[in-house]
Design a protein around this ligand. Sequence first.
Ligand code: 6PG
Length: 225
Amino acid sequence: MKPEIIHSQNFVSDAVALIVKEAQAALAARGTFSLSLSGGNTPKPVYAAMAQSGLDWERVVITFGDERCVPPDDAQSNYRMACEALLDQVPIPAANVLRMKGELDPAEAARAYEGELRGRAGGGVFRHDLVLLGMGDDGHTASLFPGTPALTERERLVVENYVPKVAMWRLTMTYPLLDAARHVCFLVNSKGKDAVLAEVFSGTSDYPSAKVAPTDGRLTWLLGA
Ligand code: 6PG
């Protein structure tokens, strides 16, 4: 399916509207809404605005597209960022927030996370209702960085991935898991990323972000100024 590319002048409100619309559809159809959060800086104001969206948080399940291999209270933790911006502000049951355990041995944490997701999918591939992703200025997404082993993983759903560029271990969802989603939405502030975005949209790019391709789902790029 061709990606939908939206150039937004109201990035935060457009992102929240997209998420809420997907949530309402999922809750109506299946009684639950599974949402994977991306890390980095771009989504922070979106998460903060989502705290006011009035979603039925009892029926929302939160996962993380990737995590830095640090403790949950570390300033680099994507989990900590999500808690500060959103999860500590809404009545979501703790059991509904599936944290990647960055404090554990990376391989152990990856296996445990995959087991948790497969346990919720009858042993198969967990199908998110919506996966939010960001894109770095090198074209990475989640912790699928150029030239790293995680890019070629086609069986495992979650892997440990050493990233030389940032000299740290990361945990990341792999393409098989990302592509299983009903909807994948990149949230990207275009500033400084126009050239990378143009190549990603060219259809011939090797950037990791360009390789996300939902098997039976929608792909949206919401681009802020
Ligand atoms: C992370 C993110 C990563 C992020 C991009 C964009 O753990 O860093 O998951 O993939 O989405 O690096 O980050 P910005 O939004 O800060 O540009």
